[in-house]
Ligand binder design. Structure first.
Ligand code: GLA
Length: 689
């Protein structure tokens, strides 16, 4: 037996290899450097008893049906004719470095490679690859399977829908399988590829937890299984059957794994840093993130030069730095029935092209962004009429939002889209694309996703100065796969700040401030009908990458003043908030959603406390902070005491002056805020003295 270990941040992964595939013998808190791994491997050996075969089938990196593994196997394959194959792999050799392990195994003309990398940011990246001497069919290939914790009562996975993304599900472990599969051709609103396995007693701020994220945009399958013998495993891979053709080479997407000893916040901060520092390839890392203005909820398809230049004037005056022209500028796109696929400027709306608008926007000091939905086609389009065979899926399929999907695996489709988009980017000084994807695919096909990635890669190489936003009816495609080519996500089509408060708080378990788009929406929300104050709307957008998306003509003078001042405040702070950790607090009051943005050097923080409904008790419960230095002293200031409830009439200290308190006090007793109405948010600024 040979043993190996990888250390990444707070975690150690230890593996043992005898003759078959490697097995994880330990995954958890970082072990001492002197730990004897052979002893760990021996200590991990299980007993046998009644109701079992005479040896325990290994829960290896790819559990094998060919070795009588009685749970879900990590590999299901057949020959080209569909005859199932049951290989039993033997280890061939191991390439080991301090931050990388590569295990190569062979069986019956097949080679299986398990790659595991440890990154500085504390993440383990795991990937499985299969090559074959002759063509085979793959039904299911899991990224390396990992053991799930025994001392855990539940898993937290993520579900959602349009305008209600990133809802956390708490699901009890029971014998059998919890399976989630996204068969919509996107990572999806429904089952985004994230899983947290908290150990008993874990909260936002304390305890231990494991988490996994499958970095793939094309639909995935997750299997969390408790075997009859009590062992638990988790597997992630492409949705089953996503490889539709026989082949000799198959590969999973990277699976990202993290272990935390600092509660769910250890998971959140590791993923946030990983996405921000390792996954996203920034165009100009040092350049401040610009305040966006997106015109969608202001004008929809109704584009006029006069109307949009007037909006641009107002947006710039309020502090916007990037103007994004959304859907409606191409083909004959007066509604969503037509023109996807025809990426040329609509001459009726834009007789002089986009130049007059872009010139105006640039004169105002803003940069210019443009909306595309390249993977889609309307049957009512020149592209579709010319190439009906470029459509993905059956001819008689049901459309979605009146549109079909282009088959991105076809080189002609990729070339045409590249040429159309590239022509626009060459003719116009555009530095931003909002890349949308508004329908569920008619089938699952990994080649489609590879095609999208290839197109994005080619466009990024040809136009390296252009940033991209990943949108899919809001947050339908948010994963590390797409973020390798994009720089911002449109988290949700809900600009209702009350909904956003919750959505972005839960998404912070995976997504950092700098890539999470959040816009100040209309006074009366277009997706909920709620009417919310400007202070609330603006401060919620200011929790992440801020923007505006509304008809700015509706603003009263008071609203404009508030929006302008919150925007200026956001800009004053972005030099540190864009790299801050988002730390979720354990609010004692379930009506309060509280979090901190803590500067990377710990020198300052912003605490936000959003009241989503009326509290059960009369007085606010103190909010315990986290992540501070207990011995340090912090000056804390309530930024917006004017947002206290009209009935607030007591001597709450923060209403009138800053306080100076120790980190210990703030993390043990906490901050007492004034009484709050629902749909208000307090902002507390903290500076370490
Ligand atoms: C999707 C997006 C919106 C907007 C519209 C345009 O719904 O999520 O933000 O861009 O498309 O049609």
């Amino acid at each position: 037996m040979t043993t190996y270990r990888l250390d990444a941040g707070a975690q150690t992964l230890a593996l043992a290899v005898t003759t078959g595939l490697p097995e994880v013998v330990y995954w958890g808190a970082r072990l001492p450097d002197t730990e004897n791994l052979d002893a760990i491997a021996s200590a991990s050996l299980n007993d046998l008893t009644g109701g079992m075969i005479d040896a325990l089938p290994a829960l290896s990196l790819t559990p094998e049906a060919g070795r009588a593994f009685q749970g879900q196997p990590g590999l299901v394959l057949s020959d080209v004719n569909g005859t199932p194959l049951l290989p039993a792999f033997q280890i061939d050799h191991v390439d080991a470095a301090s931050n990388h392990l590569c295990f190569i195994s062979r069986a019956d003309g097949l080679t299986q490679t398990h790659n595991i990398r440890a990154s500085e940011s504390g993440i383990l990246t795991l990937q499985t690859e299969i090559t074959s001497d002759t063509p085979i069919r793959i039904q299911w290939l899991a990224a390396p399977a990992l053991p799930a914790p025994q001392r855990s009562d539940e898993m937290i996975d993520v579900s959602g829908k349009w305008i209600r993304e990133f809802a956390l599900n708490h699901v009890a472990w029971t014998p059998g399988i919890r399976m989630r599969e996204s068969r919509t051709g996107r990572s999806g609103h429904e089952h985004p590829p994230y899983l947290i396995l908290p150990e008993s007693g874990c909260t936002n701020t304390q305890g231990t937890a494991y988490a996994l994220h499958y970095g793939w945009s094309g639909g995935h399958r997750m299997v969390a299984e408790e075997l009859p013998d009590g062992r638990r495993q988790v597997q992630f891979g492409h949705a089953s059957g996503a490889e539709t053709e026989p082949g000799t080479h198959f590969q999973t997407a990277p699976l990202y794994a993290v272990f935390s000893t600092t509660g769910l916040n250890g998971i959140g901060t590791a993923f946030q840093r990983h996405m921000r520092e390792d996954v996203v390839q920034w165009v100009e890392p040092a350049k401040p993130r610009p305040v966006h203005y997106n015109c969608w909820e202001a004008v929809y398809f109704n584009h006029t030069l006069a109307g949009l230049t007037a909006l641009a004037d107002k947006a710039a005056d309020l502090g916007a730095e990037r103007f994004v022209l959304d859907d409606g500028w191409f083909g004959h796109r007066d509604n969503d029935l037509t023109s996807l696929g025809d990426w040329t400027i609509d001459p009726n709306k834009w007789p002089g092209g986009l130049h007059p608008l872009i010139t105006h926007v640039h004169k105002l000091g803003m940069s210019f962004g443009l909306w595309f939905e390249p993977e889609m086609v309307n049957p009512d389009s020149d592209l579709f009429r010319a190439h009906p065979d470029w459509m993905l899926g059956p001819r008689d399929q049901t459309p979605g939002r009146h549109q079909m999907v282009l088959n991105l695996a076809l080189p002609d489709v990729q070339d045409t889209l590249f040429n159309q988009i590239s022509a626009i980017l060459t003719e116009y000084p555009i530095d931003y694309i909002k890349w949308d994807h508004n329908r569920l695919l008619p089938l699952v096909d990994a080649a489609q996703t590879r095609g999208v990635y290839a197109l994005l890669k080619r466009l990024r190489a040809a136009h390296p100065g252009v940033e991209l936003e990943s949108c899919a009816s809001g947050g339908g495609r948010i994963d590390a796969g797409i973020l390798a080519y994009t720089h911002r996500v449109w988290l949700s089509d809900s600009n209702d700040a009350l909904e956003r408060l919750r959505i972005q708080h839960d998404a912070a378990l995976f997504l950092p401030v700098a890539i999470t788009g959040s816009h100040v929406g209309p006074r009366k929300s277009h997706t909920s009908g709620r009417i919310l104050s400007m202070s609330f709307r603006a401060h919620v957008a200011a929790q992440r990458h801020m923007g505006f998306e509304m008809d700015l003509n509706e603003l009263t003078e008071d609203e404009a003043t508030t929006l302008k001042s919150v925007t200026a405040w956001w800009k004053d702070n972005r030099h540190w908030t864009m790299t801050a950790d988002i730390l979720r607090l354990d609010a004692a009051d379930p009506a309060v959603t509280a979090e901190m943005l803590l500067a990377a050097d710990g020198s300052r923080f912003i605490l936000t406390a959003g009241q989503s409904e009326t509290s059960i008790q009369i007085l606010p419960r103190p909010l315990r902070l986290t992540g501070l230095d207990p011995a340090a002293r912090y000056k804390i200031t309530l930024k917006n005491p004017e947002d206290a409830a009209r009935q607030s009439r007591g001597p709450n200290a923060l209403k009138t002056a800053p306080l100076t308190l120790s980190g210990q006090y703030l993390m043990t007793q906490g901050i007492s805020l004034p009484a709050q109405w629902p749909a208000t948010i307090f902002i507390v600024e903290g500076t370490r003295l």
